[in-house]
Every structure is written in structure tokens, then in C-alpha cells.
Design a protein around this ligand. Structure first.
Ligand SMILES: NC(=O)c1ccc[n+]([C@@H]2O[C@H](COP(=O)([O-])OP(=O)(O)OC[C@H]3O[C@@H](n4cnc5c(N)ncnc54)[C@H](OP(=O)(O)O)[C@@H]3O)[C@@H](O)[C@H]2O)c1
Length: 395
């Protein structure tokens, strides 16, 4: 039996969640009805994902029931479903299936709708917003049962003026950009960094953080067949604070080193840091623009090409090559993760950090699995205008 639930007693931030908090159906005895995009085998998302319904028993002790508000579709989520991401999801039969299944998605924000006594005694309350402490939780779902140690609470003051989409997309990409700009070398005001994938969530965050901290940036995007769309994208990134925006073709054209000298005051302003999420030839070309003893950080592999480094770059130019994975960093530095997120939220509140362009995918209780899976599929195709984000309505 399904009963309509009255949410008159809830302490939600009305301005952010009036639409999102409209209520779902709850079965008798307080069992939550939940739906999740799940997979039982690794593979291409359209072939392995399916929408699974299950119920969640009322929480007790250290358990809480979450209702998701917004969950993005990140490249890592796709890699995880394909089975090529180092962090594996939790395959379980606890969602009522005979064979183990895993819930897709790693990032998102959820509200607490019910909680056990131990959770209350740890300072959580109904209506609190939480995001996931690490990867592998499964965020492409309407509801979940979680323990205290799986979530990070967004304190009430941190949440003020923040929308679910902002909160649901802040814990991975902006943190990644923030730490890469800060933790590999010390950039002084007026010094340069260079990055590819500049229109990605991470890239846009790096442009804005860099601008705020006084760094200058050279930003590489993939060229578009449609020149007007390419110019529009370049303009958009400049409005975010990018100093230079070029395409990967322009980067690999003759005369780029002279142009780079022009941008950097005859080479007197060093390019001390490169951020690479693409690899392949364009990444090698990017490394060539770096100043001696600069740092080159690889954090993604969008082109699926290897990274090729000429030996001279290591021997004579003394470029330091690093990798960065925010999940590993967050596991080692949980407190810094919180302060990093708080910093970005503060910037967002002050209007210093603009939202990423988003393709909102409404997920209502009635939304069909095929529709959701088709949206996941479309995120696999590049040249998108915005990141796909599941935004939960009446669930
Ligand atoms: N290491 C970490 O801790 C960490 C954390 C967060 C993200 N990441 C990585 O950072 C990268 C960006 O993630 P995101 O969530 O910010 O991305 P996003 O907003 O979803 O955007 C995807 C980006 O990838 C580009 N792209 C897609 N296919 C490509 C291809 N074949 N060759 C070159 N570029 C391609 C897109 O460019 P177009 O517009 O031209 O298609 C766009 O800039 C991903 O590789 C992700 O795995 C790593």
C-alpha cells in the first residue's frame, strides 16, 4: 500500500528545495520506496544499466535514510560502470536481488529524511544535506540507506544560498582543481598555468580559482567544426576569467612558442604548472610550453591516448610529472577536504564561483528507466553544452 506523505514538519531550506522536496510515496510501516540505476556486470552503460525498485526499512541506531536531490554524471562514473575505474562499486544483494548489483554514480547531494538515535546523537537532523565521503556509494538513486561514516554533512551555514545542483557538483571537480593549483607548486600572482579540457567542470573551476588567486591561465579546448560555437565557448571561458583560450589544433600549430612568449611578457612570466586530463599529442605539446622545472599534473585521460614524454623534458628541462586523484587525496586529508569544499561554497555564495553549464535530467518517481539510461548514453558523446545532472523531483 502507498500513502501520500505530509512533509509539513520538515526543516528544509525553502528557497532551494521547494520544488525538489515535493514528496514521494511512502509505504505503510515507514518503508521507503526507492529506485536506482544499477548494474550487475561491467560494460557499456546503455547495455548494463537498469532501473531497479526496492524498499528501505526505517532507520535505527547509526543508519539514516537519504533522499537524493542532485547527482551528476561524471566521466569517472562511466569508467566505473565500464569496469576500468580503480575504485570499484559495492556489488550487493541487500537491495533485494538474487544476484549482486551495484548502484551507479559517485557524487551527489542528499537530504536526510529519517535517522536512527545514534545518528541524532552525532548532531544530524532531518532535513540536513549530506554528500558522499568517498567514491563507490552509488548516487544515481532516489533514496539510500547510509551510515554516519559514509557521508559528510553540509553545515547549515555552509548550505545557505546554495542550490542542490551546486552542492551536488562541488565535492569532486572544484576540489580537484583547487588542490592541483595549490599542492604541486607555489604560483605567485601573475604567474601562469596551462590546462587542457578547459571547458570541463574541473577546467572551469581551475579558471575561476586561478583568477581569484591572481594566476594567469592558458586554456586549451577541442576545436569545433562549427566556428561560431567554438568562438562562443572561447568567449564563455574568457568571461569566467581565462586569459588565453586556444584550440588543440592551434596549440599544435607552428609559431605557438612565439605566441606563448607574447602572452607571457617575452617569457619573463613563467608557466609553472600544467593540468592535463586529455593526454595524447596535444598534452605533449602543452608540456613543451612549460618553463624549466615546472610541474605537469595528469588527472584524467579523456582522449584514451597514452601520455608521451620526450626524455629531454625530464633531463634538460627538469619538468616534474605527477598524477592526482582527488579520492586518494580526500581519504588522506578528510579535514582539508571539508575546508576546501567550504571555501568553494563560500565563493559560490559570494557570486565568485559560477555554476557549470548543466543539462538537467529530471528524475520523477514515474520517470522511465529507458529515459534515464538514454541520458547517460548521450553524456558519452563529446562536445556537450552542459554536464548531465539528475535532479530529483517527486520521488
Ligand atoms: N583525478 C581526479 O581526481 C579527477 C577528479 C575529477 C575529474 N577528473 C577527470 O577530469 C576530467 C574532466 O572531468 P569533468 O567531470 O570536469 O568533465 P566534464 O565536465 O564532464 O567534461 C568533459 C570534458 O572532457 C572533454 N572530452 C570529452 N571527450 C574527449 C576526448 N575524446 N578528447 C579530449 N577531450 C575530451 C570535453 O571536451 P569537449 O567539450 O570538447 O567534448 C570536456 O572538456 C575527466 O577525465 C575526469 O575523469 C579527475
Amino acid at each position: 500500500m502507498c500513502l501520500k506523505f505530509d512533509h509539513g514538519d520538515r526543516t528544509l531550506h525553502e528557497e532551494n528545495t521547494t520544488v525538489l522536496s515535493q514528496r514521494r510515496y511512502v509505504s505503510a510501516y515507514g518503508y521507503e520506496q526507492a529506485k536506482a540505476l544499477t548494474f550487475s556486470n561491467y560494460g557499456e552503460p546503455p547495455s548494463v544499466l537498469s532501473l531497479h525498485s526496492h524498499s528501505i526499512s526505517p532507520p535505527h541506531n547509526d543508519l539514516m535514510t537519504l533522499r537524493f536531490l542532485a547527482s551528476p554524471i561524471n566521466p569517472a562514473d562511466i569508467n566505473q560502470i565500464q569496469g576500468v575505474y580503480p575504485s570499484k562499486p559495492n556489488f550487493t544483494t541487500s537491495l533485494g536481488t538474487a544476484d549482486p548489483i551495484a548502484v551507479a554514480g559517485n557524487e551527489g547531494v542528499a537530504e536526510i529524511i529519517a535517522l536512527g538515535d545514534k545518528v541524532k546523537s552525532e548532531g544530524f537532523k532531518k532535513g540536513d544535506w549530506v554528500f558522499m565521503k568517498g567514491p563507490g556509494f552509488g548516487t544515481w538513486r532516489t533514496h539510500a540507506s547510509a551510515t554516519i561514516d559514509q557521508v559528510v554533512k553540509l553545515d547549515d551555514e555552509m548550505r545557505q544560498g546554495i542550490s542542490p545542483i551546486q552542492a551536488g557538483t562541488i565535492s569532486i571537480n572544484p576540489c580537484t582543481a583547487y588542490r592541483m593549483l595549490r599542492d604541486f607548486t607555489t604560483l605567485s600572482e601573475g604567474e601562469w598555468f596551462i590546462q587542457n579540457g578547459a571547458n570541463s567542470g574541473v577546467g572551469r573551476a581551475a579558471i575561476q580559482l586561478g583568477k581569484k588567486w591572481g594566476y594567469k591561465s592558458i586554456n586549451i579546448i577541442r576545436g569545433r567544426d562549427d566556428k561560431a560555437a567554438e568562438d562562443k565557448l572561447k568567449k564563455e571561458l574568457k568571461e569566467l576569467g581565462a586569459d588565453v583560450v586556444i584550440t588543440d589544433t592551434e596549440l599544435q600549430s607552428q609559431g605557438i612558442e612565439d605566441m606563448s612568449k607574447e602572452w607571457t611578457n617575452g617569457g619573463r612570466e613563467p608557466i609553472k604548472l600544467a593540468l592535463n586530463c586529455v593526454n595524447g599529442k596535444a598534452a605533449t605539446a602543452m608540456a613543451k610550453l612549460l618553463s624549466s622545472s615546472a610541474h605537469f599534473v595528469t588527472y584524467g585521460a579523456m582522449s584514451k591516448q597514452p601520455l608521451t614524454i620526450p626524455a629531454s623534458m625530464l633531463i634538460f628541462k627538469n619538468i616534474h610529472f605527477h598524477g592526482f586523484w582527488v579520492s586518494r587525496w580526500a581519504e588522506k586529508h578528510p579535514d582539508e577536504k571539508k575546508t576546501t569544499v567550504a571555501d568553494v561554497l563560500e565563493m559560490t555564495r559570494k557570486g565568485e564561483f559560477r555554476d557549470i553549464p548543466v543539462d538537467e535530467i529530471r528524475w520523477e518517481w514515474e520517470t522511465k528507466g529507458e529515459e534515464l539510461i538514454a541520458k547517460v548514453k548521450s553524456t558519452l558523446e563529446g562536445y556537450r553544452e552542459g554536464k548531465g545532472v539528475f535532479v530529483f523531483g517527486k520521488t
